[in-house]
Design a protein around this ligand. Structure first.
Ligand code: CA
Length: 508
């Protein structure tokens, strides 16, 4: 073990690696200087998942969207996410999201082909993949669990086999494409049904068929089941009991958590702890999100706006990048507090579903022209939540209300695709961030750099002292990302007026 790792161990619980969770970067002890304040979380689970779903991103890129760093440099979004601390990518898969003429239903036209590209690019940027099978040709959620077209008319036994084969074949294809699969969801928001089956035994048998396929694919991959409405405490606990009663084999009990609908964070921790304590399962939030603004940028109304879902006791954070980061940090903390260190992680839902054309500030004919251009892109590339072509499969909802992104105000990018400072919450939760200016070298914060600062670093290195986030940032004078006795030496050289590599005694 390197010295740096030993020092890290003094501040954090020892982090061990396991097959299902990512490693690396966990030993950084120096907080980031940042414009968004983030308080550090002391994570209980090794490699706590700080994940994001970006299932629509390929369709957005096809429509011409580019992503940029906060500094404005165009870059692969997967690199931007990884550099910002995201360590896991979630991708949904629909069996066949196309109409009889081959037109995409929209919602990213999220088929296996798109998932393969996403999985490969995630792996190329050191992020693992959660595969979210909907077992439907379009959106599956608490109110919709339609079977894929190809499974129409199958008996339950035939559907079990079809689901098993589809799962195993798809996972093998994803792996061949280069994805690093760590977890698989058997269905999406399967609170009431899955793949057109709504009976208890039907659901249990399809969950089990999916789990068998994942086990056959790779025994080290986690099996997750995903429910909703944690605020309905009795109902979500019933799901855990029901899975046990039917002997369903799985590892991770997951729920969605949207603050406007899903109750308090204390209750979230409690219901996830129920599955952890009673059945020994890992627990996870598979979807959450929060607005960084109430404005719309694409001309399609948003799920949370000043007219919708923007009030209530659990919409407690301001609608700014700071509030968005606060929500992410708070949900991570709630999952981290699940009993027995069983809280595995949190995935943010569609954190990059940006506008394909900015309508901000436009009105009248100018607005209409931009909306029409956006609408053509949604139809052609499937980059809106639904296209008109979905009507063949889902005439009453998507086929009627199709359009653009309903979450472009809950993303981590502005309307030009440039990263917001809130994105770094995924990294900064490891260390905390410091928002005030800090005098580099002034470890004790008395306004000058003197020998006491070098002494304080030596005491810290010898584990006699604990430093505040501001002091840690000030102490890392060689800007190596860790505080070591080398930093004390740099200060002593500076005080003796020897040359030092990095200018110290300056504000950062
Ligand atoms: Ca919108």
């Amino acid at each position: 073990m390197k010295l740096r790792a030993l020092l890290a161990a003094a501040l954090m619980p020892l982090i061990a690696c396991c097959s299902a969770v990512p490693c690396g970067a966990e030993d950084a002890v120096v907080p980031a200087k940042d414009s968004v304040a983030v308080e550090r979380i002391s994570f209980n689970a090794p490699g706590f998942i700080r994940g994001m779903d970006v299932s629509s991103v390929i369709s957005l890129e096809n429509a011409g969207v580019t992503f940029k760093t906060e500094a404005g440099e165009e870059q692969d979004i997967f690199r931007i996410l990884s550099d910002s601390g995201v360590n896991y990518i979630r991708v949904r898969i629909w069996n066949d999201p196309y109409d009889s003429s081959g037109n995409g239903y929209g919602g990213g036209n999220s088929d296996l082909a798109a998932a393969k590209i996403i999985g490969k690019r995630a792996a190329d940027n050191q992020m693992r993949l959660l595969v979210d099978f909907h077992y439907s040709d379009f959106w599956a959620d608490p109110g919709k669990q339609a079977a894929p077209k190809a499974w129409t008319g199958l008996t339950l036994a035939q559907k079990e086999q079809a689901l098993y084969d589809y799962t195993l074949d798809s996972l093998n294809e994803l792996k061949s494409a280069g994805a690093d699969i760590g977890m698989v969801q058997i269905g999406n928001e399967t609170t009431a049904g899955i793949a057109g089956e709504f009976s208890e035994s039907g659901r249990a048998r399809l969950f089990s068929a999916g789990a068998r396929a994942v086990r056959a694919f790779d025994g080290g991959v986690l099996v997750a089941l995903h429910f909703t409405n944690p605020e309905n405490t009795a109902a979500i606990k019933w799901q855990a009991d029901f899975l046990d009663r039917y002997g369903v084999d799985y590892d991770v009990f997951a729920t969605s958590y949207y603050p406007s609908w899903h109750g308090s964070l204390e209750n979230l921790t409690a219901v996830l702890s129920y599955a952890a304590e009673k059945y020994g399962k890992y627990a996870m939030v598979a979807e959450t999100s929060y607005p960084c603004t109430l404005e719309d940028t694409d001309g399609h109304g948003n799920t949370v706006s000043q007219w919708n879902n923007s009030t209530g006791e659990n919409m407690r954070w301001v609608f700014t990048p700071q509030g968005q980061a606060d929500e992410v940090r708070a949900v991570m903390n709630a999952v981290n507090e699940v009993s027995g260190g069983k809280g595995l992680g949190v995935f943010y839902w569609e954190g990059a579903w940006v506008t394909v054309g900015d309508v901000t500030g436009k009105s009248g004919a100018e607005y209409t022209a931009q909306w029409q251009q956006n609408s053509e892109l949604w139809e052609r590339y499937g980059c809106g939540w639904a296209s008109s072509f979905s009507a063949e499969y889902e005439p009453d909802d998507a086929g009627r209300y199709y359009g653009g992104s309903a979450v472009d105000n809950q993303v981590f990018f502005d309307a030009q695709g440039r990263a917001l400072p809130s994105l770094r919450v995924f990294k900064n939760v490891l260390t905390g961030s410091v928002t005030a200016d800090v005098l580099l070298g002034d470890v004790d914060g008395n306004g000058t750099v003197d020998i006491k600062d070098a002494t304080e670093i030596r005491r810290f290195a010898a584990e006699y002292a604990v430093l505040s986030p501001e002091s840690l940032l000030a102490a890392d004078v060689d800007r190596s990302g860790a505080v070591t006795i080398e930093d004390a030496t740099v200060i002593q050289r500076y005080l003796a007026e020897f040359s030092v590599e990095q200018p110290i005694n300056r504000l950062i």
